[in-house]
Design a binder for this molecule. Sequence first.
Ligand code: PRX
Length: 670
Amino acid sequence: MKNSKTDLSQTVVSQSAIDVLLQENRKFPPPADFQKNAWIKDEAIYEKAAKDPEAYWAAWASELQWMKPWKKILDWKPPHAEWFVGGKINASVNCVDRHVFSQTGHHDKRNKAAVIWEGEPGDTRTLTYWDLYREVNQCANVLKKLGIQKGDCVGLYLPLIPELLIACLACARLGAVHSVVFGGFSAESLRDRMNDAQAKLVITADFGWRRGNQIHLKKVTDEALQGVNSVKNVIVVQRSANSGFQCAFQEGRDYWWHQLMKEADSYCEPAETDAEDMLFILYTSGTTGKPKGIVHTTGGYLTGVYATTKWIFDLKDEDVYWCTADIGWITGHSYVIYGPLSNGATVLMYEGAPDWPEKNRFWKLIEKYGVTIFYTAPTAIRAFMKWGNDFPAGCDLSSLRLLGSVGEPINPEAWMWYQEHIGRKKCPVVDTWWQTETGSILISPLPGMTVTKPGSATKPFPGISAEILNEAGERIETGGGYVALTKPWPSMLRTIFNDDERYVKQYWSKWPSKKDVYFAGDGANRDQEGYFWFMGRVDDVMNVAGHRIGTMEVESALVDHPAVAEAAVVGKAHDIKGQAVAAFVTLKSGHKPSEELAKALKEHVAKKIGSIARPEAVLFSADLPKTRSGKIMRRLLRDIAEGKALGDTTTLADPAVVENLKKQYESLES
Ligand code: PRX
């Protein structure tokens, strides 16, 4: 299960797919109406930002509210950066207080909706900026009373309800660090994350709704916390006051959110957090079995998300902005909470599934709330396409003025469908490339200026230096290679929590002579006009329905099963999800392949990691294809899983292994 070497031949997109992309020559200039009022329409901004990136970023930072000014814009000791050195800034003040209290350059938004929320069963809540201000303050006081101090870590394991956003901002107010764990992750995943960050407190809910089912988050939390010594208290949000739902409570450890909030004071002095104080940790998958705790700090992160939200979504005061991501992922952190709220926007949040109770739920929400900006993932767009045009056609989507895409490469067909059937050919589409590590969008069109091409994320945001490099680290002007970032940027990750060595090795060591260049782990092509066309990961990371999953994480979960001797996992191309998990397994003696066992192994992975990692296919094999030096040949396994003609097998120790596997797989498919 070891093969961490990166190699462009391992990219998930085949040459034929690349050829199709590069033949894509449709172009879409910004609609004239849109352009007229857009923030940015002049190309000169690229040059201006490139000339003096530090001054450019400092100008963005000064649009935020600082408690003390910074002394130095950037301190860059590769690969460690500090931005806005010595500056003091509180993220909750920037997302809430400054929209509530009038001040120069800002008008009072206290009665403006900050969050419009709808639960899956149709229950609704609207929080004005004033409501949000009160709740964040109260929640901060609740945490304080339970002993949470600056620098402490708080775990959040919640459905997509306003309390999750409130809790994040309350942590930020105290200078505490939040670690959000997506509600679909298992007890074991939650346990590992809480232990790694030594969380002191966890906030969860009795349950959340998903496709009409109650997801029992408190139950999972209880299981997870057996084996976490650092957590002293659990706060439980009651998802619905009259559901009659019962969950176990541990006397002295567990409290109801609503009871604590009732007793809490309505003002909490915001902590004077340093620009470089940690704002949050967010775990993401890498090339080993252990997820990485990505560390983001306060001043630079806020600057990056503030700037990109404003320009890429062309955000205006009147907009109703909807990013469909769960807050459990980076997209939710940056573009549900910190980006839009630091801009004083109205954010729509929806708890549940897009096809519940009908496949038109998203379009109904857009119609009902008059959504103007809509940001979602290609995997969702492909599902909408499959469900058919009637669902969106049956709803009034005329409020929309901009569409966004994130999380994986968008195929031109899906891009065109999105533009035509959701955007009615009137909305610019921004395909935004970035990562948990980058904190904010780095490559994207600017909607009032960029001529878009379906399938291309276009160009680096002003102030961002992105390049394509080859294996030797040489710059590729036109053609394919590795995506690299050649200058630091404010919202970059600062390190991996508790593992700075891994940070240096993973991101800054691809090219030994370029220790100040960030290796993104993505492959891309750049065309004659400098446009980026992303091709997928070049490492052992899969992208399943826009979610990042490490092949080795799934392999570790599989070998944890008593019947499994060895496992190799690959992402295979999938029409809707982009990739699906395919597992090749050899069994210990005494165990026989069977459909029941395949099912049990799928369940085992779902239980160990979470259902997002459940393999779609499990294939048993007496042996796995290995090179003579013992490395598993994933490329071959992927070919087998995708039913393709096999690539070069000459370096294999035993070519018969592959032939056997292929035969088995074909008989399984037929
Ligand atoms: O492979 C790229 C893909 O998603 C990876 C980052 O995943 P994650 O950290 O979970 O963040 C997802 C949301 C930002 C990248 O390395 N990716 C993300 N956006 C795009 C993309 N691939 C192609 N085009 C995109 N727009």
